[in-house]
Structures are given as structure tokens and as C-alpha cells.
Design a protein around this ligand. Structure first.
Ligand code: SF4
Ligand code: MG
Length: 336
């Protein structure tokens, strides 16, 4: 499969009165055509900022991309002007958010809103657009689409609004759909239905997906690969199996313990991760997780860990993976 997206060394900061917040600090990953990946981490870890950078939706000022490249479909996104970027957004990339009401206009019927997206990004007649709208609602599982198109967002339930937003995001057949906490506001049953729908559409339409979530429990059924972010950095990435069954970073262990597993019946007590993420005004010198990590060694407070290969395609930034981080040689590391 060929590459659809390549993010390299991305650094994003926000300038505030209190100083520079380093929200994303050197993030690199890629995505193949039609592939689904999840970016997981606590709030403030930089996952939404990463997604917004790809869509070029970072409010600037105060935000700015300080460094890095984002190649989407062979185009360097960061060098496009706003007009060029608008053409990419909507037709090539779609985005859905936690709260559909932030994207749906309460004063317009759902039909008109989808129609506007369609006529803005492709040369079709109003009649064709109307037909396509009904098709889209049907595709996302909204029954009675002709009647539903004439309704306003407030006449929809929460789950239906999320479906309508997916219909809108997919109307122009984008190659990439970015879903930022798309199910967080929904109850568990509806949440599962929306994730099922996204998976079905990903396969049917061959749309690549970046799912952003704080909940590792919801990614297993949708994503093929998982990126775990902490304090603006990627701390571990690998296939869903790697992350679920062979996680190597203590933060990933913490995340796995702190979420209910949809695929498990064990009644183990859920454990939140103690402590809070570091201040991104002045991130720590060593490992960003050191202050909260039960396994922290002396080296962790002084040197930032490299990425260590766990297996093919599975990497983690943790000194525990260093060949000396066991037995007697640990003293060498501790002596830093
Ligand atoms: Fe914990 Fe050290 Fe690994 Fe950081 S590098 S996660 S502090 S063991
Ligand atoms: Mg967010």
C-alpha cells in the first residue's frame, strides 16, 4: 500500500502571555492509503493539535508550526496558501469532532448543509447534489433520508447528528477522515454503533482514518495501528496487537489499566494513572513521564530515551528497553 500521509518532525507551539507552550514536540508517523490508525493519550498530550496541523486548522496566532513537514497525497501541506488548503479540506480531507454541534449549523437543515459541501467542492448540479445527500444519509444509516434532510440538527438525536456529520465529512469522497474524539459524548451503545459505521465506511470507501481518542478501549475494532502520545511526543507505536498484548511503555501500561476493555470480561479494578502530565512551558529534560513512572531510573531524569525497536513496526521511547536496563548493568545507567 502506498503512503497517503507522512508527518515528519512536527513541532507546534502556542505563544501565550505566560510563555511558549510546546504542544507537539517532534512527532513523526505515516499513514497508508485506506489505513486506519488511532492516536491515543490524555487530554493535552498534543493529539488534537497534531490532527489540526494536518488540516491546517491551528489558530494562528497564538499557534504556530515551528518545524516539520506534512506530506499529504504528495503535496507539502504546510506550504499551501489558505485558498489552496481550502480546496484540500473538504474534498480530500474530512474531519469530525466530539460535538457535532460545533460543525453543524443549527439554523440550516441538514440537507442544505451537506448540499453546500458538495456544491462547494465539486461541479454538480443542485439536483444531483440533492440526490447525493439522500444517498449519503442512507449510507450512514439514517432511515427515511428524504424526510430527514429537511430537518434541523436539533431534531436529530446525538447519535444521528454524529452520523450526519460523518455524511458531511465523507460527502466529497475524501481520502482521509480525521475523527477527534467522535464518540466521547455518546453513550456506550451509540458509541459502538458509530465506530462500527466508521469501520464499515473505511472498508467500503477505502477512506484512511485517523481516530483521536483518550480511550484505548475504543480503538481495537477500528484501527490497525496505534500511536500513543504523552506530553507532545510519541512514546510508543505499533499494531493494535502490539499495543494491547505486548505494550512496552509504562505509560501505555497505565492507559490500558485505566480503561474498561470492551473485549474483556475480567473485572479487574480500573486504575487511573497517578499524577499529572508535565508543564509544557518547560518540559522536563529527561523522559517526560519520569515523574509519574513507577519504573523510573536515574537516567530517566537526565536523558531523553531513544526509540527502541521492540519488533518490526513496534517502537517505544523508554529506557527499560535498553540492553543495560536489567541486572547488574542497570547501575551503569543509574550512574549517569
Ligand atoms: Fe519510566 Fe524511564 Fe521508561 Fe520514562 S524512560 S517511561 S521514566 S522507565
Ligand atoms: Mg483534544
Amino acid at each position: 500500500m502506498s503512503k497517503l500521509l507522512e508527518v515528519k518532525d512536527l513541532e507546534v507551539s502556542f505563544d501565550t502571555y505566560a510563555g511558549e507552550v510546546k504542544a507537539v514536540r517532534g512527532v513523526s508517523f505515516d499513514l497508508r492509503k485506506g489505513e486506519a490508525i488511532a492516536i491515543v493519550g490524555e487530554s493535552g498530550c498534543g493529539k488534537s493539535v497534531t490532527a489540526q496541523s494536518i488540516m491546517r486548522l491551528i489558530p494562528s496566532p497564538p499557534g504556530r508550526v515551528k518545524n516539520g513537514t506534512i506530506i499529504f497525497n504528495d503535496i507539502e501541506i504546510l506550504s499551501l496558501n489558505e485558498r489552496q488548503m481550502q480546496a484540500v479540506r473538504g474534498s480530500e480531507m474530512g474531519m469530525i469532532f466530539q460535538d457535532p454541534m460545533t460543525s453543524l449549523n443549527p439554523t440550516m437543515t441538514v440537507g442544505r448543509q451537506i448540499q453546500e459541501v458538495l456544491t462547494k467542492h465539486s461541479k454538480i448540479t443542485k439536483k444531483e447534489a440533492a440526490l447525493k445527500c439522500a444517498e449519503m444519509l442512507q449510507l450512514v444509516g439514517i432511515p427515511n433520508p428524504i424526510m430527514r434532510l429537511k430537518q434541523y440538527p436539533h431534531e436529530y438525536s446525538g447519535g444521528m447528528r454524529q452520523r450526519a456529520m460523518i455524511a458531511m465529512a465523507l460527502a466529497c469522497g475524501p481520502k482521509l477522515l480525521i475523527a477527534d474524539e467522535p464518540t466521547t459524548a455518546l453513550d456506550v451503545t451509540i458509541q459502538a454503533q458509530i465506530l462500527d459505521l466508521m469501520r464499515e465506511l473505511q472498508r467500503k470507501l477505502d477512506t484512511a482514518i485517523i481516530l483521536i481518542t483518550h480511550d484505548l478501549g475504543v480503538v481495537a475494532d477500528l484501527a490497525e495501528r496505534v500511536i500513543v502520545m504523552y506530553a507532545g511526543k510519541i512514546v510508543e507505536y505499533g499494531s493494535v496487537e502490539d499495543i494491547y498484548y505486548n505494550p512496552k511503555h509504562p505509560y501505555t501500561w497505565g492507559l490500558l489499566k485505566s480503561v474498561p476493555r470492551l473485549d474483556s470480561h475480567n473485572k479487574e479494578q480500573l486504575m487511573p494513572i497517578d499524577g499529572t502530565p508535565p508543564d509544557l512551558f518547560s518540559p522536563p529534560v529527561g523522559c517526560s513521564f519520569a515523574a509519574r513512572c513507577d519504573y523510573a531510573m536515574k537516567v530517566c531524569h537526565h536523558c531523553e530515551p531513544d526509540y527502541f525497536d521492540v519488533s518490526n513496526g513496534h517502537k517505544t521511547a523508554c529506557w527499560l528497553m535498553h540492553e543495560y536496563a536489567s541486572g547488574i548493568e542497570i547501575s551503569i545507567l543509574k550512574g549517569v
